[in-house]
Design a binder for this molecule. Sequence first.
Ligand SMILES: Cc1cc2nc3c(=O)[nH]c(=O)nc-3n(C[C@H](O)[C@H](O)[C@H](O)COP(=O)(O)OP(=O)(O)OC[C@H]3O[C@@H](n4cnc5c(N)ncnc54)[C@H](O)[C@@H]3O)c2cc1C
Length: 488
Amino acid sequence: MFDYVIVGGGIGGVVSYAILKKIGRNVALLEKEPYLGGCSATFRRKNYLYNAGASTLVGLEEHMPLGKVFKFLNLPKPKVKKLEVPMVVYVGDKVIKRYSDREKTIFELEKNFNYKNLKSLWQKVYSISDANWQNIYSVIPINYKNPKLLLKKFFENCRYIMQTLPYHFKTSYEFFKDHLGNFDEDFKHFLDNQILMTSQGYSEEVPISVGAMGLTYPNLDNYYVYGGMGKVFDFLAHDYKNVFLRHRVIKIRKVKDVFQVITDKGVFEAKNVILNKTIWDYCDLLEDLKENCIKNRKIYSKIWSSLTIYFNVEDKENLIDEYHYQIIHKDINPYTGSNSFFVSVSDKEDEVLTKDGKKSVTISTHCKISLWQDLDKQEYLEKKEKAKEFILNKLFEYVPKFKYLSIENVIVGTPKTFQRYTGRYNGTVGGIPLIKDYIPLRYPFNFTPIKGLYLVGDSVFPGQGWPGVIVGVLNLLLQIEDIDEILY
Ligand SMILES: Cc1cc2nc3c(=O)[nH]c(=O)nc-3n(C[C@H](O)[C@H](O)[C@H](O)COP(=O)(O)OP(=O)(O)OC[C@H]3O[C@@H](n4cnc5c(N)ncnc54)[C@H](O)[C@@H]3O)c2cc1C
């Protein structure tokens, strides 16, 4: 019998597996696909590889979440390159380089937006974000259902909590309006879409406490991963011992104190189960939690999906020399319901992602689920084609050099694709939006009503992207195992 069975090999599941294995637990990881990674995998189509979703990596330094995990595991890290310009943002007629250097960032913003207080305001944004990063490891572990722990954490972090409290109640939009007065449409689009990328909500919805973290995401150390984001999973899973790929979990039952995890290839028994599923995705797995899971689908209804486009671009002369672009167009994309998209391009020297001079490109958007429901096959195929045209035309309009290069092997992923591929209800990806409706008090934690059944992934505290998911794993494991040294 295993100490732990982990269901799902996304970043949440794999980090849990690696840490538990390191401390000597007998642990199995079950993943339905032939490779690990989920929303952050790198997949092969014909002879080429593409990042399925995530393409920007932050948090690899020793004081950051993934860095702490790698240090604790004492494993080698994948080959990466630190980016001086983590992304270039196109909005209106402006091209804004998001430098990782803070001073250069302010200079670039002042060059593009003419507001008197912008410098001092952006410094304030840095300080809000820094305070969160500096205090995160002292705040965890927390759990709203454990009042004793909550009280202890409150007293330990009293100063930080009191200092940052007002920022939880002011939206990012209000914060900027208070300081700048009225601001123009381009600046609003810029704020909205930079915040959307990491917080899954717009400036009117996202408190500045988290909006600041989104706005300063490019100022963290951002890395390009050679071989794709999926490569990181090979390093974390290390020898793949007890990683069972192509094992789909169908049901989970608890008989006395033992969990029976039933897969399409047999039954695994365990004392504990960690689900790397969202809190609205385990409805069919667990009869006892079905009702609770269905309720979660209603409560967290403001979740996005994604529409993605993958292709190869022949760029032997390296004309496309940046790694990530955010294109913010004014009109709403009728096929996604959002007005921006993110483009990631492989490095010319990446021998895995760039083949025969053809770079691998992933475009991702925020997409409303409702736009892709109730379509018959013909409507679905036509809509995919139109969505592709809309996005590629916008790309050619904003970054014309793409237009003059040869583009091949275009693949379109829709919410339906994400539903099938990740097993997420309606293709919901990206985690619970960090908006006023849900934070701080309605954000779920890692515990379920069933003893020994836990949750990790981007739908539990603090959610969102790799740093959030990894902090969430630490939040769980610090409460159920003795892994305190990972924080030091
Ligand atoms: C388009 C897009 C772009 C993104 N860009 C970034 C980015 O640049 N940087 C960043 O940090 N984050 C990014 N994110 C967010 C990040 O990718 C996710 O938050 C993170 O990967 C989620 O990980 P997870 O562990 O919660 O779950 P998932 O990645 O969903 O993993 C769950 C796993 O469980 C498996 N599974 C499901 N059901 C079963 C079952 N019944 N049996 C067995 N296995 C099962 C799935 O196959 C999957 O592998 C992006 C997300 C998307 C969608």
